[in-house]
Design a protein around this ligand. Structure first.
Ligand code: MG
Length: 451
């Protein structure tokens, strides 16, 4: 049985997430850690945040753990504070999920997301019920910490050319989706000398502005406001602000792999080469610009923690995902929305170009993403049949099946969270894209039927 999903422990309030369940989660994590360890804890702006936190904290204290509560903060700020001050971290967040959900995300002492092997140890304790319950004298101490967010912002600012950014005096529209970034990004921008126009930057766990996934269909107001205000760019975060998505000064929504490619190119140029790590689902545009700038790309399975671990292993200079999750190793080995914002401003300031010009310089590909229903129990069999059927082609089986050829690729992989197969495809020509998507979708559908 599993407790942790691909993004920590997630559940609906009142359904999976009851006080009993959450206190047990706290007890299991506490029992897994050494007595008197310091757990840094923070949360996003969800209405259930205090309820979830209190129950988890109760379990932690009862197992002899000290809890340092930094309050509402972006997940990367919690990770950063954990790395610098704690033995372990917990983020109470469900990132971009709807408001009725919440989550418990476990953070290792070095600030990275907890590796699967360690999660399994916590799960074993949880399911066995063998908790360490300490005596009254040994119950942990709960402390409220002030200033963690400021520490995070100062660390970001010290890692970019703040003077150069301030000189440009950017006008920026920022949409925090009423989430955790409401407490950080507007202030970060202010400290970087920007004129800040804020949208959905009041914390509200009902997410009145729009759903907290920074997708194009959710960012209509941001796009309109960038255009109307004549801003230099727009910025949007997801609910826990580990991701950042951009809108250029013409009001165009910039897809995450474009901003990834842009930052990757600049970081490789700064370093005069180096390794960039990204999942197999990322646009070829990234590899193209990285190679041109003198660097190389290493691909991994889909998932930010996997990218981060590979980066540590290879001493990579940069990494990230196509959803706006960028990882800057000199800050920390996890996705960091605040750092992504500061770096983007630095790139704009250094190149002295407009955002649209920088984006239009990047290679362009046509893309499609779609999903095909597949019952959970068939998933594995479908994958092996798919590998067999396509074995004659140029294939990468790191994560699902990726077929590559000149000017196009297609990736077919089972979803980790839903009963579907996802298809990602990219091509230089629109015609090729359509042709390949139709061809491989048919193959997949037939195999699912037969399996
Ligand atoms: Mg997130």
């Amino acid at each position: 049985m599993r407790l942790f999903g691909t993004n920590g422990i997630r559940g609906k309030i009142g359904r999976e997430f009851t006080p009993e369940f959450l206190a047990k989660v706290g007890l299991a994590i506490g029992s897994y850690l050494k007595k008197e360890s310091v757990v840094v804890l923070g949360m996003d702006t969800r209405i259930s945040g205090d309820m979830v936190k209190s129950a988890v904290v109760s379990g932690l204290l009862a197992s002899g753990i000290n809890v340092w509560d930094i309050g509402i903060a972006p997940t990367p700020a919690i990770q950063f504070y954990t790395k610098n001050h704690g033995d372990f971290g917990i983020a109470i967040t469900a990132s971009h999920n709807p408001p009725e959900f919440n989550g418990v995300k476990a953070i290792a002492g070095d600030g990275t997301e907890l590796p699967r092997e360690e999660e399994e140890k916590i799960e074993e304790i949880f399911f066995s019920g063998k908790f360490r319950i300490v005596t009254w004298k040994e119950v942990g101490e709960y402390r409220r910490i002030e200033g963690a967010r400021e520490e995070y912002l100062d660390a970001i600012i010290s890692r970019v050319d703040a003077e150069k950014i301030r000189k440009r005096g950017f006008t920026v529209v920022v949409d925090c989706a009423n989430g955790a970034a409401s407490f950080t990004t507007p202030y970060l921008l202010e400290k970087l000398g920007c004129r800040v126009i804020s949208l959905n930057c009041h914390p509200d766990g009902t997410f009145p502005g729009h759903p907290s996934e920074p997708k194009e269909e959710n960012l209509g107001d941001l796009v309109a406001l960038v255009k109307d205000s004549g801003a230099d760019l727009g910025i949007a975060h997801d609910g826990d602000a580990d991701r950042a998505i951009f809108v250029d000064e013409r009001g165009r929504f910039i897809h995450g792999d474009k901003s990834l490619a842009l930052v990757a190119r600049e970081v490789v140029k700064e370093h005069g080469g180096g390794t960039v790590v990204t999942p197999v689902s990322t646009s070829l545009a990234v590899e193209e610009v990285v190679k041109t700038a003198g660097g190389n790309v290493v691909y991994t399975k889909v998932g930010a923690p996997i990218v981060a671990r590979k980066m540590i292993e290879l001493d990579a200079i940069f990494g990230g995902e196509e959803n706006g999750g960028l990882i800057f190793p000199d800050m920390q080995f996890c996705r960091d929305g605040g750092m992504a914002v500061a770096k983007m401003l630095e790139i704009l300031a250094k190149t002295d170009k407009r955002m649209s010009e920088l984006i239009d310089e990047l290679p362009s590909y046509y893309q499609r993403k779609l999903s095909v229903k597949c019952p959970e129990e068939k998933k594995e069999r479908v994958l092996s049949l798919l590998k067999k059927k396509l074995s004659g082609e140029r294939m990468n089986t790191l994560d699902g099946v990726k077929i590559m050829d000149d000017g196009w690729w297609i990736l077919i992989r089972p979803s980790g969270t839903e009963p579907i197969y996802r298809i990602y495809a990219e091509a230089k020509e629109e015609e090729t894209l359509k042709e390949k998507v139709d061809e491989y979708r048919r193959i997949l559908e037939e195999i699912i039927k037969e399996a």
